[in-house]
Design a protein around this ligand. Structure first.
Ligand SMILES: Cc1ncc(COP(=O)(O)O)c(C=O)c1O
Length: 403
């Protein structure tokens, strides 16, 4: 039987990065915190996988099972290089629910989240607290306080704290938490740390050796330039032995060489973090997209991507300063994600002016979220400042589009 080979991931050097992406006309896409831009290599790999899947009678190499392990190995290079730590799940919410299901809570214990944290890292904790009689505590900032100090104060104030479920970079304005300091305070008290790195993995490198988290989740379709419906769950060694998955898919079990699942005794879990592997992820198209995206992110190196994206957001600050609009934003955010906060009565006008200039970003909660990737040139940022400066000259308009 013929073997159809999926193309090996193609990567391009950083100085050719803009050519690596699918681009159209003069659209300026600054909404990568919602959905990463599509790499040409990932698109080609997904199309090839789609073609191959049309002939299920032919053996394709790598098989979806091999693709899963390739992806696991690539993902592990974002952490500590241990592929046994990685489970594949369909969403951040799925991975976080598995973390919540594994960590013990008793009545009167508490779980810490940030006020305004992304709902995938909130709803599972609300449910778990309701099920166990534990309390969910939101961290709120005092005026002038940063998120790190607010979290440290909340940890110190709560003797019954058992779990902190946090991001590294906030999804709405790019504010950064200092996880070196926060994880040290948690470790001292034996408090579990669960991280949603969906808005930082692939750009800001995590330090699992120093933070010693229990679980880390990230979606694949933002800064990993991969696929929707394919997220990763990093699992600390202790939970690879004792964690409790929320579904019991056969992929996460060891059916033995003749793949038998007896009625009387449950098959043992597959090795490492695979016990958390979700079903339904044997899709060669999504896997091809994820592998190609990640291969490119690793070739560029997250820390270098961060430095390059920092040049783009710095360029926007400079352009806003030159346009007299520095009051619409502040520095101190992550290199790749920032928010503009025009005066309330100018928000709709600013949003409309950006759209009229062919610039995409998210307008929500009174902010315009700006999140470029390497398809954007630093020079493009003057277009943003020009559009905003037009809006501020023209004055108020009708309401911001809902999202
Ligand atoms: C911080 C963060 N976590 C998670 C998600 C998505 O989560 P899920 O895969 O559960 O839809 C997003 C999407 O915007 C996000 O910003």
């Amino acid at each position: 039987m013929p073997t159809l080979r999926l193309p090996d991931p193609v990567t391009v050097p950083m100085d050719q990065a803009p050519d690596a992406f699918v681009l159209e006309g003069d659209a300026l896409y600054l909404d990568c915190a919602a959905q990463g831009p599509r790499l040409r290599s990932a698109h080609a790999a997904a199309m090839a996988a789609m073609d191959a899947a049309a002939r299920p009678w032919q053996r394709v190499s790598p098989t979806p099972q091999e693709q899963r392990d390739i992806l696991r190995a690539l993902l592990s290079r974002l952490f500590d290089g241990d592929a046994e730590a990685i489970a594949l799940v369909p969403s951040a919410a799925f991975g976080l629910a598995a973390a919540a299901n594994s960590l013990a809570l008793a009545p009167g214990d508490s779980v810490l989240v940030l006020d305004g944290q992304f709902p995938s890292n909130l709803l599972c904790w609300q449910q778990r607290c309701a099920d166990t009689g534990a309390r969910l505590r939101g961290v709120f900032r005092e005026p002038g306080q940063d998120w790190t100090d607010a979290v440290l104060a909340a940890i110190a104030a709560d003797p019954r704290l058992r779990i902190a479920a946090l991001p590294q970079v906030r999804w709405d304005d790019g504010a950064v938490l200092d996880l070196d300091r926060i994880s040290a305070a948690l470790r001292e008290r034996g408090i579990a740390l669960v991280l949603d790195l969906s808005q930082s993995l692939g750009v800001v490198p995590p330090d699992v050796g120093r933070w010693q988290p229990d679980f880390i989740v990230s979606v694949g379709y933002k800064w990993l330039l991969g696929a929707r419906g394919l997220a990763c769950l990093w699992v600390a060694p202790r939970w690879r032995e004792h964690g409790r998955p929320i579904e019991h898919h056969w992929l996460a079990r060891d059916g033995g060489p003749d793949w038998r699942f007896g009625v009387d005794a449950a098959a043992s879990f597959a090795a490492g973090a695979r016990r958390f592997d979700a079903g339904g992820l044997d899709d060669p198209v999504r896997l091809a997209l994820a592998i190609a995206g990640l291969a490119q992110v690793l070739a560029w190196e997250p820390a270098k991507i961060a430095a390059a994206l920092g040049e783009r957001t710095d360029a926007l600050h400079d352009a806003l300063d030159a346009a007299g609009l520095s009051a619409w934003t502040s520095r101190g955010h992550a290199p790749h994600l920032m928010a503009l906060t025009p005066p309330d009565d100018l928000l709709a006008a600013a949003d409309a002016a950006l759209r009229e200039a062919g610039i995409s970003c998210t307008c929500r909660h009174g902010r315009l979220r700006i999140a470029p990737h390497l398809h954007v040139a630093t020079g493009d940022m003057t277009r943003v400042a020009d559009a905003l400066s037009r809006a501020s000259r023209q004055g108020p308009r009708a309401a911001c589009r809902p999202r």
